[in-house]
Write a protein that binds this ligand. Structure first.
Ligand code: ADP
Ligand code: MG
Length: 441
């Protein structure tokens, strides 16, 4: 890395160029006077790096090591063919591939927010004590919210911390295909090999179990596998797009077994979590984006984390290709297919009320109601304050929209929030966040 930093310094590279091209490089192997450098990106990246950074690297190596080395760039698939001793990190990646696990899906890279805190802690608990507390662990939630990420995290964690345990992660598809294959072969050995495989493990993770449940034959075999593992106190972890009680074709005896253990749902991420996920991913990829642009993505892509990442990847690809910093205009243009073209938002008291309600997880009816309990009255006052600050509605109009409150109530509410904002940093921050949600620009 000293070599890389030397190249950066001497050639006055921007952080973006450095992070994109040089930082990911890894020495794969050194043989005689040849250094094989692993390039993790595509062919295009390799060609480009070869053209642009071959010489600078060679010079820097000679300078620092005091000896001339030939430098060869290789892609991961070429490196595999070279059959040379792999550096340790490479080996773990390969191991992970063999067990169908994505090396990036770990607890470390999983951002915890209100939507997934329970699921994350349940997953970690199970990973720490497999088979001991919650069995099965049943994770459910919509598409792209992190179920697979959490399941891989559990598997990685167990592999690292309980090295003696046999962990098997399969998609429902794999499970089903293998089962159908065994049935089709029609002989007992095929079937018993299937059973042997699934019943001899310590931790079984089956992803998207809703697909197994739809089919009678697979449901039956699954049930037996489940029972045997469960009786033997082996850990079972399942994921599904919905909770057991909403799985119509699920047999009652299986449903009740799912509910023996722990059910944990993952919901849609709130604004703060979306921002945190974007920041973490950008940081990991060495990609610098202004808060304004991150905010633009977080505000417009709400329900699906995969899409959130897709937006970031799109911008990153653009930077790699065009070698320029991303401006708001470029971001808007590049993302217009992902982000439905939003008309510029007109800030109205109605909109403010909706955003405030969403933020605090209360209903519009509650804001409009007479309730004076703190968890309703506070948001209501914040809505008043924001209406005053962000629109030119009169105090009378604000009172009317917010459930027909009189002039003095509105004045009092606004004054109270203004005081809180200057006295209490947490309140100031909350108000700032809501403001951004209302008007991202
Ligand atoms: P699901 O299996 O629920 O459809 P995934 O686990 O495949 O969703 O998640 C979709 C993408 O979003 C993955 O790339 C995953 O890494 C990412 N992701 C989901 N939740 C988080 C999180 N809390 N922190 C970081 N990345 C996340
Ligand atoms: Mg998944």
């Amino acid at each position: 890395s000293e070599i890389l930093l030397t190249v950066k310094r001497e050639h006055e590279l921007t952080d973006i160029s450095f992070n994109t091209w040089l930082k990911p490089l890894q020495i794969f192997s050194i043989q005689n006077n040849r250094i094989f450098v692993l390039v993790s990106s595509e062919q295009m990246g390799l060609t480009y790096i070869n053209k642009k950074y071959y010489l600078p690297l060679k010079v820097a190596v000679a300078e620092i090591i005091g000896m001339e080395y030939e430098i060869e760039f290789v892609l991961p698939e070429q490196a595999r063919k070279l059959k040379m001793p792999h550096p340790a990190r490479q080996a773990t990646t390969e191991e992970a591939e063999r067990s169908n696990l994505n090396p990036n899906y770990t607890f470390d890279t999983f951002v915890v927010g209100n939507n997934n805190r329970f699921a994350q802690s349940a997953s970690l608990a199970v990973a720490e004590s497999p088979g001991e507390i919650y069995n099965p662990l049943f994770l459910y939630g919509g598409v792209g919210l992190g179920k697979t990420h959490l399941m891989h995290s559990i598997a990685h964690f167990i592999q690292e911390n309980h090295p003696g345990m046999k962990v098997l992660y399969v998609s429902s598809e794999t499970f089903t295909n293998e089962l159908i294959e065994a049935i089709r072969n029609g002989n007992n050995t095929a079937m018993s090999r299937f059973r042997e495989k699934y019943r001899s493990i310590d931790v079984l993770l089956i992803d998207d179990v809703q697909f197994i449940i739809g089919k009678e034959s697979t449901q039956e075999e699954f049930f037996h596998t489940f029972n045997e593992l469960h009786v033997a106190k082996k850990q079972i972890i399942l994921s599904s797009d919905r909770p057991p009680k909403e799985m119509e074709t699920l047999e009652e005896r299986i449903r009740s077994r799912f509910e023996w253990g722990l059910l944990a749902d993952i919901g849609s991420p709130d604004y703060e979590t979306r921002m945190a996920i974007l920041k973490k991913k950008a940081e990991r990829d060495g990609f610098e984006l202004s808060d304004e642009i991150l905010n633009y993505i977080a505000v417009n892509i709400k329900s699906n984390i995969r899409e959130l990442e897709g937006a970031l990847n799109k911008l990153m690809a653009y930077v790699n290709l065009v070698q320029t910093e991303i401006t708001m205009e470029i971001a808007q243009k590049e993302l217009q297919n992902i982000i439905s073209p939003d008309k510029p938002r007109i800030v109205t008291p109605q909109l403010i009320m909706e955003v405030v309600a969403e933020h605090f997880g209360i209903s519009i009816e509650q804001i409009l109601s007479k309730s004076r309990s703190n968890d309703v009255a506070k948001p209501r006052q914040i809505a008043m304050y924001l209406c005053k600050n962000m629109t030119d509605a009169s105090l009378e109009a604000i009172g009317k929209v917010l459930g027909g409150r009189d002039h003095s109530t509105v004045v009092h509410g606004i004054k109270k929030v203004a005081e809180d904002v200057s006295a209490d940093e947490a309140v100031a921050k909350t108000v700032e966040t809501i403001k951004k949600k209302i008007n991202p620009n």
